[in-house]
Design a protein around this ligand. Structure first.
Ligand SMILES: [Zn+2]
Ligand SMILES: [Zn+2]
Ligand SMILES: [Zn+2]
Ligand SMILES: [Zn+2]
Ligand SMILES: [Zn+2]
Ligand SMILES: [Zn+2]
Length: 173
């Protein structure tokens, strides 16, 4: 035994002496579990302060009260996946508001078709193809193909950018 410990001068780290391992009923560490000290495993009668599925005071988690308000498919707090499916309507989920990529893609393609039929695409039609506006892309887009991007940004974020025609590869970026 450490000489200091022998004379009662322990070196306490929380509830435990790091020299001899003696324990005291003081300064327990509840940071990993509100109900059990992770150093000495003493338990106490204390409920977790549940905030949904997590206790903000310790590291405990429970498989209940998940937060699917931002995404029906995934808890915003712990990331657990759910089996709920989105209720897509007009390009957004009516429950959590997440964007429906499929619908947006369809929309973007429909807008590209409109663009091909409009005056704005006159020079591209004369040339026989449009050039992808995607960064460092430059692929050729044939009439009736591609996706129009500017209009989408305008719809979603209120940005007034001129429409860009992009290829399949660039539309997701
Ligand atoms: Zn000691
Ligand atoms: Zn303890
Ligand atoms: Zn807790
Ligand atoms: Zn959760
Ligand atoms: Zn949803
Ligand atoms: Zn491209």
């Amino acid at each position: 035994m450490n000489l200091f410990c022998l004379f009662g001068s322990h070196k306490w780290t929380g509830c435990e002496c790091c020299n001899c391992g003696k324990q005291r009923d003081e300064e327990h560490d509840w940071s990993r579990d509100c109900r059990e000290c992770w150093r000495c495993h003493k338990t106490r009668d204390q409920e977790h302060t549940w905030d949904g599925c997590k206790c903000p005071k310790c590291r405990k988690w429970r498989d209940a009260d998940h937060d699917f308000s931002k995404n029906c498919g995934e808890c915003a707090k712990c990331g657990i996946q759910s089996r709920r499916s989105h209720v897509f309507k007009d390009g957004y989920c009516a429950v959590c508001g997440i964007v429906d990529n499929r619908t947006l893609l369809d929309e973007a393609h429909k807008k590209a078709i409109q663009w091909w039929e409009s005056d704005s695409s006159a020079s591209a039609r004369r040339r026989g193809y449009a050039i992808c506006d995607g960064l460092d892309c430059g692929r050729h887009i044939l009439p009736g193909e591609g996706y129009l991007r500017g209009g989408i940004l305008k719809d979603i974020m209120g940005l007034d950018s001129s429409p860009e025609i992009v290829c399949e590869k660039c539309v997701g970026r």
